[in-house]
Design a protein around this ligand. Structure first.
Ligand SMILES: [Zn+2]
Length: 272
């Protein structure tokens, strides 16, 4: 993992192993560098998880200061759906926010607005157009992934999907993501409804317990790559993490239960 620290900041931030278009920046926060306590320790950025609001505000301030002055973070209220927050305005005044959206992805064409999603176990996916003129971030737990949040995000791009590059951030890995047979069945049914061969998606689930209550280990990265491939995206990197395995750097809801913080995955362009 390529972790970055700035002089004067306590934050340790992951720099993605991703070939980004010129003028585009991306990062994922880790647990390191905040003021929150216990399971929220220390850099919890979620306001909805029971953490002390004053601590979350301080953590969010630290992240804001870590970024260049011109950059505004666009926070979302995430609901495991497929709605993509976006703005069609060509130019926004410095410091302007798109408003707090109830959405699970954010797609921006304006420079210096950081499309941002919060996760702990769910998969953060970052998107960039090859020309650096549009970026997006999506939050994909299995429900959002199944319902099509990645495809919806691809559809917001002005360029063809083939000119989008994607990166898969830290999520629960195939070593730990146990799901019931009904989750696998839903992904297979999605493929069948589109007259696609269900075999590639079936291969993303490994049986760990036989019926009557079958359990599978799901490779959420492999499912995301497949769905992005069907959506026309040719370049996808990242995806070699497990939030449950790496307690030092990542929050994990599966591992720690209700007292668990959230990481932020951000992407923004500075091109105008
Ligand atoms: Zn694991």
């Amino acid at each position: 993992m390529n972790l970055v620290r700035h002089p004067g900041s306590k934050l340790e931030v992951l720099s993605p192993d991703w070939h980004l278009p010129a003028g585009v920046s991306a990062m994922v926060t880790t647990r390191k560098g905040g003021v929150s306590q216990s399971g929220y320790g220390s850099l919890n950025l979620g306001t909805h998880v029971g953490d002390e609001p004053a601590n979350v505000r301080r953590n969010r301030d630290r992240l804001r200061r870590w970024l260049p002055d011109a950059v505004t973070i666009q926070w979302l209220k995430q609901v495991h759906g497929t709605k993509v927050a976006r703005s069609r305005q060509r130019r926004l005044a410095p410091g302007f926010r798109l408003g707090v959206y109830t959405a699970d992805a954010c797609s921006v064409t304006q420079p210096n607005i950081a499309a941002t999603v919060l996760t702990a176990d769910c998969l953060p996916v970052l998107f960039a157009a090859e020309d650096g003129q549009q970026v997006a971030a999506a939050h994909a737990g299995w429900r959002g992934l199944l319902a099509g949040v990645l495809e919806e995000t691809v559809l917001t791009f002005k360029r063809s999907p083939a000119s989008i590059t994607c990166w898969l951030g830290p999520a629960i890995g195939p070593c730990h993501f146990e799901v019931g047979g009904e989750v696998r069945a839903a992904f297979l049914a999605f493929e069948q409804a589109r007259a696609r061969d269900p075999e590639p998606v079936a291969a993303c689930f490994r049986l760990t317990r036989e019926s009557p209550t079958a359990k599978y280990l799901m490779d959420i990265y492999a499912v995301a790559r497949l769905r992005l491939h069907y959506a026309g995206v040719k370049t996808v990197s990242g995806g070699n993490f497990c939030t449950v395995c790496d307690r030092e750097y990542w929050f994990s809801y599966r591992r720690d239960g209700a007292v668990s913080g959230r990481m932020a995955s951000l992407i923004y362009c500075s091109n105008s």
